[in-house]
Design a protein around this ligand. Structure first.
Ligand SMILES: *Cc1c(COP(=O)(O)O)cnc(C)c1O
Length: 516
């Protein structure tokens, strides 16, 4: 298997290089150059595999420059004996009713779905680094985070060979739980710094550092190369393909479907990474009916999938599903490339228009390809809250606001199409990670005393309160958070982020930053 850019300038790139580079040199995204296809015989064989074995089986088709031993090392660390998931199955499936099942992707160390990929990406990178001729190069992962990605990357990369990681988060832009998760981070190769600004400031600061040629040369003299753990990296998509197969096989094994029956997936969507992995699973032979793409009120993607017109020129809204508050869904580029018949010129032109005007229109045939497989809609804040309350009331099952967007859009799908195909809804975060909106949603609207009580408690008391009142268990990593020692207390102005990076990687610094 080799990889090429969606914008056409490079091809024949190995999996290792695609993972280390993250983004193609022409600004495009790396996509597989050959087709992967599991036939019905292969599917029958894969159906009996445990998660780790299934992951290795799928990885072998895409990471062809890795030896079997190297792949075994990667999957064992992530999902096998070194696993940090809270049970033997990192992605268990729960059945809500006769047609709807939930794929729980929040059993990892940071209680959100990004763990499934970020527990294995560092191993991919370590192996890839060892294959490089320039042995002396070390990788520094640099990330700005609005909450979930940063913590999942920190947990994934802590103590990785030859890789250090630095995360910047907006001092006032993350929840108390998310902040605590980051500033208590352990590991000898990690650093976490608060930025006195909002997420955009932190993100812009990181982008400037990546684009600063002189600074990158200075780091290079010290043996460092900057890289990213962002979801445009193919090394993050590949592990996500696995859990769609895994969920399908779980339905077969529980005799809800027979092998070969089509299944729908509903995926809460932001950067379009998770649902793109479902599409790659479909391309590789997984029997899929519809891919149902669920957006929150930042509904650029759902509008696009219906009309073929992508228009990011609209107000950015802060919602209770913040991981989906996004106007530019980067991974859509890969879908457009495929659906336009791998037309790299058209893809490059559309992405240029997006950069210049904030909008673009795809051709009629591209749109027809998209709508034959994808269905999409979005949820308002009230609808999201109602879905949390509704699922709790009907099934005594607690969902987070991102998952709730998916459930609400699934209801709209069924009403609109009448399609009762067995469906898997992807649960992307633990309800305890977004405990305040979850607790408020299920609290009786007619009970003002309870609402006042919720408003008065801090996030940690709220964890216990939510757990006591629902009987659901707080994930271990969140339950112990309050008592963990704070290990990172640096805070810097946006203008000083570069110095922070230099200080971390080369040990040299101007003045000491303030501590909080
Ligand atoms: C990142 C994230 C999403 C969005 O996933 P994409 O791959 O960006 O579409 C949804 N829910 C949660 C909880 C997330 O952390």
């Amino acid at each position: 298997m080799t990889y090429k850019s969606t914008r056409g300038a490079v091809s024949g790139v190995s999996f290792s290089e695609a993972v280390l580079k993250g983004i193609a040199p022409d600004g495009g995204l790396f996509v597989p150059e050959q087709n992967v296809r599991f036939d019905s015989l292969a599917l029958a064989e894969m159906c009996e595999m445990d998660y780790k074995t299934l992951a290795a089986h799928i990885f072998r088709k895409y990471a062809t420059d890795f030896t079997d031993g190297e792949i075994e090392y990667c999957v064992d660390r992530a999902y096998g004996s070194g696993s940090r998931f809270d049970g033997p199955d990192p992605a268990p499936v729960t059945h809500l009713n006769g047609t709807l099942s939930v794929l729980e992707l929040w059993h990892g160390p940071t209680a959100a779905f990004k763990d499934l990929a970020l527990q294995v990406l560092p191993a991919f990178m370590s192996v890839a680094l060892r294959k490089r001729s320039e042995q002396s190069r070390k990788i520094a992962i640099l990330t700005a985070t609005s909450g979930d990605t940063g913590k999942a990357a920190l947990e994934g990369f802590r103590d990785a060979d030859g890789i250090d990681i630095m995360v910047f988060f907006p001092e006032k832009g993350v929840s108390e739980i998310q902040k605590r998760q980051m500033i208590t981070q352990e590991g000898k190769n990690v650093r976490v710094v608060a930025v006195s600004g909002n997420f955009d400031d932190a993100q812009t600061g990181v982008k400037h550092i990546f684009g600063d040629r002189e600074f990158n040369e200075l780091l290079s003299e010290h043996g460092w190369q900057l890289s990213s753990a962002n979801s445009i990296n193919f090394g993050r998509l590949l592990p996500q393909i696995v859990y769609y197969f895994h969920a399908y096989f779980a339905l077969v094994r529980s005799e809800r479907i027979s092998m070969g029956t089509k299944v729908n997936f509903v995926v809460p969507t932001g950067n379009f990474g998770d649902i793109l992995a479902a599409y790659y699973a479909f391309k590789a032979g997984l029997p899929v009916g519809k891919l149902i793409c669920a957006a929150n009120s930042n509904n650029v993607v759902s509008d696009f999938l219906r009309t073929g017109f992508y228009d990011a020129n609209r107000e950015f809204k802060l919602t209770i599903s913040p991981a989906m508050d996004i106007l530019i869904s980067s991974n859509l580029e890969r879908l457009i490339y495929d659906m336009s018949g791998e037309d790299e010129k058209a893809t490059a032109r559309l992405m240029m228009e997006l950069g210049k005007q904030g909008c673009y229109n795809v051709s009629r045939s591209t749109l027809a390809g998209i709508t034959s497989l994808f269905w999409s809609d979005w949820s308002s804040e009230d609808e999201t809250r109602a879905a949390i309350a509704g699922v709790w009331k009907e099934s005594r099952y607690l969902i987070d606001p991102h998952t709730a967007v998916g459930i609400d859009v699934y209801d709209k799908y069924v009403i609109s199409t009448g399609d009762m195909t067995p469906t898997v809804a992807v649960a992307t975060a633990s309800p305890f990670k977004f405990n305040r909106s979850v607790a408020e949603s299920i609290a009786d609207a007619n009970d003002p005393a309870l609402r006042d009580k919720l408003a008065a408690v801090n996030e940690f008391e709220l964890l216990r309160l939510l757990s006591d009142s629902t009987g659901c268990r707080v994930p271990a990593s969140l339950a112990t958070l309050e008592s963990r020692p704070v290990l990172h207390n640096r805070v810097c102005a946006t203008a000083r982020m570069k110095e922070e990076v230099q200080n971390f990687l080369t040990g040299s610094l101007g003045s000491e930053p303030a501590a909080f």
